[in-house]
Design a protein around this ligand. Structure first.
Ligand SMILES: *Cc1c(COP(=O)(O)O)cnc(C)c1O
Length: 397
């Protein structure tokens, strides 16, 4: 049986350990790290054939590299995608996935609640090149519908959103996008590939910052774009090859090792997050807790329909605004103050003064980012220790 046919029958956790592995003649168990820029040809004729595309093989690591290929193949196996290209960062993935398919005169529709840099790319960068952007309330399907134009080429959203963990109905937005011939791009970082499969819901392109759960241990930056073979070959590849947002082989190797434990980590971090969300919801020093896996989440029904599990993130608002939020953060002993997420270490951030500082007061109000809001990325520590840490810090408010 061909390798791909065997791999197609594997379940997700098995694909994460073995998917995409290519062994050299030495039969190494661990994926080899091909730290090389270029490749050597056996003859002038072989070089010509490689450049003509008549012979398969590597040419230059800006285009492709065996370690990076293994990471891309393993991501494809996990996501159920035909093709993928890995990038140096999540932002390189987002920018390339969008920019490769638009030209002056085209139009983008994006949800307003986006990771800060993603919003800058669609709201500020794209218009510089004559591509117009309309921002909509992601949860309002009528707004998506009204924003569509004949020249709309790309719809872009993340779900759950950062930091307030609101959901967008991916299946419904895909239908709206396709009605005008636009493609739907999903930033699936917050959901993770374990809990949400946008391609199955009708999305055309999925992007990740693999910096987050995929590395999962705070080491390397990376990203990946997944789609069908035609999109990667016809729309994405030339842009990627000539503009050079390629992932370093070393970082690809680190991400491959991260993928081996992704399923375990995300499941355990989610179990911890569920318990913390329940603890916070019952606490007198919190006004609100937002967690997609809880029945009191305003979109619990949608969460059940489009996600296979809750989230490793919890958002909550402490009573007493910024002053109380700072007091709480400064009293924490285990949970670290950091704007990163998806790490084995629990990390907390105050969006108003960090990740969402650059938004206007009006924008923040529109996105329900209040002064008392905190975003917690739950790690792999013992959940009882985390709850004790949160409890003693809330007592100081
Ligand atoms: C972190 C993040 C990005 C950007 O990824 P980098 O690897 O930091 O470039 C994009 N979208 C979301 C939702 C993120 O959390």
């Amino acid at each position: 049986m061909a390798k791909n046919t065997i791999e197609n029958n594997w379940r997700s956790a098995t694909r994460l350990v073995h998917g995409g592995t290519m062994r050299t003649e030495f039969g190494e168990t661990c994926e080899a790290l091909f730290l090389t820029q270029g490749y050597v040809y056996a003859s002038a004729e072989a070089a010509e054939a490689r450049f003509n595309g008549e012979e398969e093989g590597y040419v230059y690591s800006r285009y492709a590299n065996p370690t990076v290929t293994m990471f891309e193949e393993r991501m494809c196996a996990l996501e159920g995608a035909e093709a993928a290209k890995a990038t140096a960062t999540g932002m390189a993935a987002v920018t390339a996935a969008i920019a490769c398919q638009v030209k002056a005169g085209d139009h983008i529709v994006a949800a307003r609640a986006l990771f800060g840099s993603c919003r800058w790319v669609v709201e500020t960068l794209m218009p510089k090149f004559g591509v117009e952007t309309t921002l909509v309330d992601g949860g309002n399907l009528e707004e998506w519908q009204r924003a569509m134009r004949p020249n709309t080429k790309v719809c872009f959203l993340e779900s759950p959103t950062n930091p307030v963990l609101e959901l967008v109905d991916i299946e419904a937005v895909a239908t709206i996008a396709h009605s005008v011939g636009a493609r739907l791009v999903i930033d699936n970082v917050f959901a993770t590939p374990i809990w949400q499969s946008p391609l199955e819901l009708g999305a055309d392109i999925v992007v990740y910052s693999s910096t987050k759960h995929i590395d999962g241990q705070g080491r390397c930056l990376g990203g990946v774009v997944l789609a069908d073979q035609e999109f990667i070959d016809e729309e994405f590849y030339d842009y990627f090859r000539h503009t050079g947002p390629s992932l370093s082989p070393f970082n690809a190797w680190t991400m491959l090792k991260g993928l081996e434990t992704l399923d375990l980590r995300v499941r355990q971090q989610t179990r911890n997050a569920e318990k913390i969300a329940d603890f916070l919801a019952d606490h007198s020093k919190t006004n609100r807790v937002i967690y997609p896996g809880r029945k009191d989440h305003p979109q619990f029904e949608l969460a059940k329909r489009q996600m296979k599990g809750g989230s490793t993130l919890v958002a909550f608002e402490v009573t007493g605004g910024k002053k109380a939020a700072f007091k709480f953060e400064n009293a924490l002993n285990i949970i670290l103050l950091s704007n990163n997420l998806g790490d084995a270490k629990s990390l907390i951030t105050h969006p108003t003064t960090t990740t969402h500082k650059n938004l206007s007061d009006e924008d923040r109000a529109q996105l329900a980012i209040s002064d008392g809001l905190l975003r917690l990325s739950v790690g792999l520590e013992d959940v009882e220790d985390l709850i004790e840490d949160i409890s003693q810090a809330l007592d100081t408010i």
